[in-house]
Ligand binder design. Structure first.
Ligand code: SF4
Length: 370
């Protein structure tokens, strides 16, 4: 089925980027998760390409550059640059900064691939001074985009881009209801692919497909799987095959998540009334639920979505050395124990040697909670 083919999606993304480049538009690569306003690049005529590729082979190439204490995502991203990945080789600028150790390292090594870097400093708190700082970073980013393209970005153009992204988020939220309600009519894997389609193809191309799925979804057969899972922790890269492992090989159903590569992308809209730049800053900083924020805002938030999606257990997925999503481990486990919510903690990288062991552990967990 086309929807579930990573290769087809990447092929389409390459064709799309080629067309974008032929029309004279530029492409910016974004490794930060969920805190950079796509809408601003879109309004400025630059395509925001979320960096989300990478698997075992790319991680191994990245090992040549970075120490194993850089997260697998960071190493695999560098691996993609080194192997001149068809998509990543089209990137004109790389947006990096202080997001986390992985992103900083990607930025530090960009010079080896002749990639000009745009720096964006992201605060770790939502205090008033952090908000003022973040707003200023967005304004600086706007000026930088205008300098690169030679064209001023009007507030009207930003508002139009906000409306477009709000539309795609709303459609994804509507589809998500068919995942969280019992019986589910859409798998976590399908929503994961659809979010990646937005990351790689942009909202204009994906909106008609989402509308079509929504108009047909009621006629789908209910999905029968062994157990309903909530997935939290580090995000999942497109070529990682982790959703496929849980849903296709182990017969689980991921009915909810809070990942940057999933629900977090479409969870909150940007207000459409008010100054568009301030509204962007509010959504991306004040409503940010990333594990890098201090204090980590996620525990109650995760419990609420867990309850809402009627899951039977939680898989807490940590990419090795991902400080952003491992800091909460101890406190989170204690709270889960208190609430008697079953949890399976999996710390991993993209190496294939451990897949058999993870499969056994996931299957045993699903057996236990079903
Ligand atoms: S959030 Fe974690 S996985 Fe993502 S780039 Fe940072 S350290 Fe790597």
């Amino acid at each position: 089925m086309e929807l579930f083919s990573i290769n087809n999606l990447i092929k389409k993304a390459v064709e799309n980027i080629n067309q974008i480049k032929e029309s004279g538009r530029l492409v910016v690569g974004i490794p930060q998760h969920g805190i950079i306003p796509d809408e601003l690049f879109h309004a400025g005529g630059i395509f925001p390409l979320h960096l989300t590729l990478g698997g075992r082979a790319e991680q191994e190439i990245g090992d040549e550059y970075l120490s194993p204490t850089t997260c697998p995502f960071g190493r695999a991203t560098i691996g993609c640059f080194d192997e001149k990945n068809e998509l990543y080789s089209k990137i004109d600028y790389l947006l990096t900064g202080t997001f986390c150790n992985g992103v900083q390292n990607i930025g530090n090594y960009a010079k080896y691939f002749d990639l000009p870097v745009i720096k964006f400093i992201t605060p770790h708190t939502t205090s008033n001074s952090a908000f003022t700082f973040f707003l200023d970073e967005i304004l600086k980013l706007k000026v930088e985009i205008e300098k690169i393209t030679g064209k001023k970005i009007s507030k009207n153009e930003i508002s139009k881009s906000i409306k477009l992204y709000n539309k795609v988020r709303k459609l994804l939220r509507e589809l998500n209801l068919y995942r969280i309600n019992i019986p589910s009519k859409i798998q976590g894997l399908e929503l994961f692919y659809l979010v990646h389609k937005v990351f790689l193809l942009g909202p204009e191309i994906v909106i008609p497909e989402l509308e079509q799925i929504l108009s047909d979804i009621k006629d789908r057969d209910p999905i029968e799987k062994k157990a309903r899972i909530f997935l939290t922790g580090s995000g999942i890269c497109l070529e990682d095959n982790f959703y496929e492992l849980i849903e296709n090989e182990c017969n689980g159903l991921i009915v909810g998540d809070d990942l940057w590569s999933g629900y977090d992308f479409y969870r909150v809209d940007i207000e459409e009334n008010g100054d568009p730049i301030e509204c962007m800053a509010k959504k991306y900083l004040l409503y940010n639920m990333c594990g890098r924020m201090i204090p980590d805002p996620r525990i109650n938030y995760i419990f609420n979505i867990y309850r809402e999606c009627k899951a039977q257990g939680i898989i807490y997925h940590i990419l090795k050395y991902c400080d952003s999503y491992s800091g909460l481990k101890y406190e989170f486990k204690k709270s889960l124990d208190k609430k008697q919510i079953p949890v399976l903690e999996l710390e991993r990288d993209f190496a294939e040697s451990n897949i058999g062991q993870f499969k056994t552990r996931i299957e045993a967990f699903l057996e236990m909670i079903q």
